[in-house]
Design a protein around this ligand. Structure first.
Ligand code: NAP
Length: 298
């Protein structure tokens, strides 16, 4: 039997609808959530991500400030800009689009963002809070995966989860979220990477497989247990001369084959991606709410 296709676009649209109402309430109370999006250079993929983020803000009523800087922007200029945004009362979230051009230290730039405005959830304080199970901003893609599973009524608690990929932005934080003692957690989690032996055997144990390797066909049908749920985070360009752009996007999962054994599966595009974008809006609204409530104590 063919798997249920989890519709990330529809789940993200529901979330945006909910956020739109919250933005209205906040704005009526005098705080319109504001997001600053900083793009250094003209990387085409980054430019299209940034444009999409601005469009998303507009849809839900979030104020977005688009700051585009030339590729040769100095460290000092960028850090000064972030300092200004840190103290700008109209801005509740700061996003610096990665990757930064060569010569700029991403770690330093992220550390410079006030953790209270770290809506990407990449600041060491945000990551520390996640690991310690304290209130804080969750990184958008891992948080989006949890929201997607919850919206699809897929039980995480007690599930055997295998994540393929251990990156700092996807695999590692997602593993922490899924095993922590909190709603959306309490799973038994295994994290795989390029040194994992017998990847297929490990993945076959999973009730929920999450592919975040950045390589097409990393997860094939023979690796998936009958009835498992498969979440494909990967986004890869493969050449396709039949497309006007000369390529198409695929995930890390062999979608056509795996959907014949899985219970539910996400497509690429239209799966995790829309949730990642929605969770950025979510964090920006959360941040505005916290500003309204005053400084946190823990
Ligand atoms: P990354 O930093 O390159 O990390 C990839 C991880 O996968 C690494 O831990 C690597 O292991 C592991 N890996 C790679 N090939 C493997 C293999 N054959 N077997 C087992 N493990 C393997 O990538 P990322 O930033 O996490 O992104 C992963 C994918 O998700 C990319 O396609 C990216 O475009 C996509 N992505 C999508 C969204 C979205 O919103 N949909 C958001 C973020 C990322 P090692 O650690 O041993 O190298």
């Amino acid at each position: 039997m063919s798997a249920e296709i989890i519709d990330g676009k529809a789940i993200a649209a529901d979330l945006r609808h909910q956020l739109e109402k919250e933005v209205r309430v906040l704005s009526d109370g005098g705080i319109r959530p504001g997001l600053a999006v900083v793009l250094v250079g003209e990387d085409p993929a980054s430019m299209s991500y940034v444009t999409a983020k601005e469009r998303d803000c507009e849809k839900v009523g979030i104020y977005s400030r688009d700051i585009r800087l030339p590729v040769d922007t100095s460290r000092e200029t960028l850090l000064k800009l972030i300092s200004d945004l840190n103290s700008d009362e109209d801005i509740h979230g700061i996003l610096v689009q990665l990757p930064l051009p060569e010569g700029l230290d991403e770690e330093e730039v992220i550390r410079h963002i006030d953790p209270a405005k770290d809506v990407d959830g990449f600041h060491p304080e945000s990551i520390g809070r996640l690991v310690l199970n304290l209130d804080g901003f969750l990184p958008c893609t891992p948080h989006g995966v949890i929201k997607m599973l919850e919206a699809s009524n897929i039980a995480i608690e007690g599930a055997e989860v295998v994540i393929v990929g251990r990156s700092r932005i996807v695999g590692a934080p997602l593993a922490n979220l899924m095993f922590r003692k909190a709603p959306g957690g309490n799973a038994t989690v295994t994290v795989c990477h390029t040194r994992t032996k017998n990847l297929a055997d490990v993945v076959r144990r999973a009730d929920i497989v999450i592919a975040a390797a950045g390589r097409p066909n990393t997860v094939t049908a023979d690796m998936v247990k009958d009835g498992a749920v498969v979440i494909d985070v990967g986004v890869n360009r493969v050449d396709d001369s039949s497309r006007p752009r000369g390529y198409r996007l695929v995930g890390d999962v062999d979608f056509d084959q795996v959907k014949e054994v899985a219970r539910a599966i996400t497509p690429v595009p239209g799966g995790v991606g829309p949730l990642t974008r929605a969770m950025l809006l979510w964090n920006t609204v959360e941040s505005a709410k916290r500003f309204q409530e005053g400084p946190r104590t823990v």
